[in-house]
Design a binder for this molecule. Structure first.
Ligand SMILES: NC(=O)c1ccc[n+]([C@@H]2O[C@H](COP(=O)([O-])OP(=O)(O)OC[C@H]3O[C@@H](n4cnc5c(N)ncnc54)[C@H](OP(=O)(O)O)[C@@H]3O)[C@@H](O)[C@H]2O)c1
Length: 347
């Protein structure tokens, strides 16, 4: 990784900042980093690994010397910059929903479908931050007992909506702390002391786009369009980490012990506690952790072939920045990424 030049578009955002924190701690020798954001941030200094780096305004001609362009800004920015980065010879790892469902774009969680990076044509997408933990849990179970149906209800932190939403939660929490909640109604966009059962826009189906993403993206990553998935995505007043209550229906019954063993053997998953210990993962504790944490695994009383579990993961790390870096590592591991600087040296 240290031979690569990585452009980080969105370096000043919540995901971009986490990306840089992970780079600092994951690689003994840092790759060359080009930090980019909007014109508002041009000239800003960000210190990474003790080095002061200047943020540039991202433009279509910014990628000539870049091996990997990590784009984490907005769909509009991805649509504008990704083709230019690919044209310049970079591999784009895109964090948004711009290309995820395109046939020519692999959608990758390396522990689940790492080999899909092999067929990329310049752009690789990472899934939505609620999809990733779901497929991490579903994959090892689906291998031994095909999943027929998943019902997932999420409890998603505000950082999933960007750094600005974290500021909003803090501001509202302080301002509304002493409000008379018995007499006043919630204000528009109120997340403090509230729970909002809508993330992203509504679709014709009555589901939101976030819920549709969980269904379609999971089917694509698991290579299993036959799995029926229904999600309800809810924003909760938590800063970091998304949680989900997940009901899985298998082809045959699956014992809690077998599921626990399979999940424990899956790289990137930590099963925490059981009925005896009374432990379970919570978002506050999981923030800053790389793994997807699973607890409260139990038989579904409403279906003989069903299991229920509670899944928590840091949406900024495994849900976004870490997954992107793991995709880059997968490309390097498979010999699918050669630094441009190396080809210059060898002519
Ligand atoms: N947050 C999550 O958990 C999560 C998980 C998975 C995927 N994602 C996706 O990641 C992306 C970024 O999310 P975030 O949470 O980091 O948002 P954020 O905190 O709001 O940050 C947005 C970033 O995009 C930059 N940006 C905005 N307009 C730009 C432009 N015209 N050119 C270049 N850069 C521009 C911003 O730069 P300025 O500071 O200069 O405005 C900032 O660095 C979104 O597509 C989101 O869907 C987020």
């Amino acid at each position: 990784m240290q031979d690569l030049t990585i452009a980080v578009v969105g370096a000043t955002g919540a995901v971009g900042a986490e990306f840089l924190r992970i780079v600092e701690t994951r690689y003994p020798t840092l790759p060359k980093l080009k930090l980019m954001a909007s014109s508002r941030s041009a000239g800003k200094i960000i210190t990474v690994g003790g080095k002061d780096l200047v943020v540039e305004e991202a433009a279509v001609d910014s990628f000539d010397d870049v091996d990997i362009a990590f784009i984490s800004a907005s769909s509009a920015v991805s649509h504008k910059l990704a083709p230019a980065a690919v044209e310049a010879g970079a591999v784009v790892i895109d964090d948004g929903s711009a290309f995820r469902m395109e046939d020519k774009v692999p959608l990758v969680v390396p522990e689940v479908n790492g080999s899909d990076v092999e067929w990329h044509e310049g752009i690789i997408s990472i899934p939505n931050c609620s999809t990733t933990p779901l497929v991490m849990a579903a994959h090892p179970l689906h291998q031994v007992n095909p999943i027929k149906r998943i019902v997932a209800d999420t409890y998603q932190s505000v950082s999933g909506a960007g750094g600005g939403a974290m500021d909003t939660l803090r501001e509202q929490t302080e301002r509304l702390m002493d409000s008379d909640y018995l007499t006043i109604k919630s204000e528009e966009g109120q997340i403090a002391y509230n729970v909002v059962p809508q993330i992203d826009r509504f679709m014709e189906t009555g589901y939101t786009f976030e819920e549709q993403k969980m269904r379609q993206e999971s089917q694509k990553i698991l290579h299993a369009p036959e799995i029926q998935i229904s999600a309800t995505c809810v924003r909760v007043p938590v800063y970091i980490s998304h949680s989900a209550s997940v009901h899985i229906e298998f082809t045959r019954p699956m014992a809690v012990e077998e599921a626990t063993k399979l999940l424990n053997a899956m790289p990137g998953i930590t099963v925490l506690g059981d009925q005896d210990t009374g432990e379970y993962p919570m978002p506050w504790d999981v923030a800053g952790e790389d793994d997807v944490f699973i607890g409260r695994i139990r038989q579904d009383m409403s279906h003989p072939n069903g299991l229920v579990m509670w899944i928590v993961s840091d949406n900024l790390r495994k849900g976004a920045a870490l997954n992107s870096l793991q995709i880059a590592e997968e490309l390097v591991y498979r010999g699918r990424l050669k630094p441009k600087s190396a080809s210059e040296l060898t002519g």
